[in-house]
Design a binder for this molecule. Structure first.
Ligand code: GLU
Length: 316
């Protein structure tokens, strides 16, 4: 059993990231499993080495350790290229010239993560058309998904916290990107390659990525790998229901650490919200390994509202 931390160094770790990291670590350690650390610094515009070092330091500060890594996605381009070449060779990909504006055309339905369901616009371009358009701007690369009605395009799995899931790829995302037009490998592709090559058997992350599982499971299958088991954790939301993000600076670990909040408190408050610790308990994550269970997480899977009471518990 192998779990992983897979932070994107686009900002300081915020409480939502800590939530997922804590559960990933507890779940792996409770089964006597290993953890690997992968820095998702694929996008050169969003990632910085300095922020990655801060993420690594935050994990240590929280008492969450790992057995392998850090591996940096920025150093793994050859592995992603090789996987895309295999999909190309199988005739499963095609170049796509659609602009962002075309993709977001008002009429397009959207997948649960906000990506427009791809209408298949570039599916049937002739070789001449591809050559003509490539001379103007470089294309992105899309993966063809099975037509509605083809059972190969229906993905079913059971999430450790959110239970049985079912997605029809053609209906809920359509043909999806494996490489962007600027040459950067798509998140979906990189995650699948890395999880498989790093021997990851269990993926734990925020429930905003629940809708990516079908694409990732499908891709893993095409590449000849078994998909990992998935467990998603609730999101932390502001009192108005908006999801907390890296923009909410006041709940990032940089600010909390500066304010003198101890790791035992952070672990205690988050574990309490998931029913993994008694309310008011504070302590090291290691003390929760013995009693961790997914049944408890599943029973507390509503999003956690960071209201005044929550902040008072955190800031003391
Ligand atoms: N890198 C992503 C993040 O920081 C997580 C990706 C994943 O867990 O699959 O939100």
């Amino acid at each position: 059993m192998r779990g992983r931390f897979a932070p994107t160094p686009s900002g300081r770790m915020h409480l939502g990231n800590v939530f997922a990291a804590l559960v990933a670590w507890l779940s792996a350690r409770a089964e006597g499993g290993e953890m690997v650390l992968r820095i998702e610094d694929l996008d050169p515009r969003a990632a910085s080495h300095e922020r990655a070092e801060l993420l690594i330091d935050d994990l240590r500060w929280l008492g969450l350790d790992w057995d392998e890594g850090p591996l940096w996605q920025s150093g793994r381009a050859a592995l992603y290229d090789e996987a895309i070449a295999r999909l190309d060779a199988a005739g499963l990909t095609y170049p796509c010239f659609c602009s962002r504006a075309e993709l977001h055309a008002a009429s397009a339905p959207h997948a649960s993560d906000g990506t427009p369901v791809y209408a298949g616009t570039c599916r049937g371009l002739s070789a001449e058309e591809v050559a003509r358009r490539s001379a103007v701007r470089p294309p992105a690369t899309r993966l063809r998904v099975p037509e509605v009605g083809d059972p190969a395009g229906t993905i079913e799995f059971s999430d450790l916290a959110y239970g049985p899931q079912r997605e029809v790829l053609a209906r809920e995302c359509g043909d999806f990107l494996v490489r962007r037009s600027d040459g950067v490998v798509a998140y979906q592709l990189a995650v699948v390659v890395d999880d498989a090559l790093m021997g990851v058997t269990q993926v734990v992350r925020g429930r905003d990525l629940l809708g990516s599982c079908a694409r990732q499971t499908y891709l893993a299958g095409l590449l000849g790998w078994e998909a990992p088991e998935y467990g998603h954790v609730p999101l932390l939301v502001a009192p108005d229901g908006r999801r907390l993000s890296k923009r909410d600076r006041d709940l990032d670990l940089g600010v909390l650490r500066e304010r003198g909040v101890r790791p035992e408190r952070v672990v205690g408050v988050l574990a309490g919200a998931l029913g993994l610790a008694e309310k008011g308990w504070e302590g090291p994550a290691a003390e929760l390994v013995g009693t961790f269970s997914w049944e408890r997480v599943a029973a507390h899977r509503d999003d956690v509202v960071c209201d005044a009471e929550f902040l008072a518990k955190l800031l003391g």
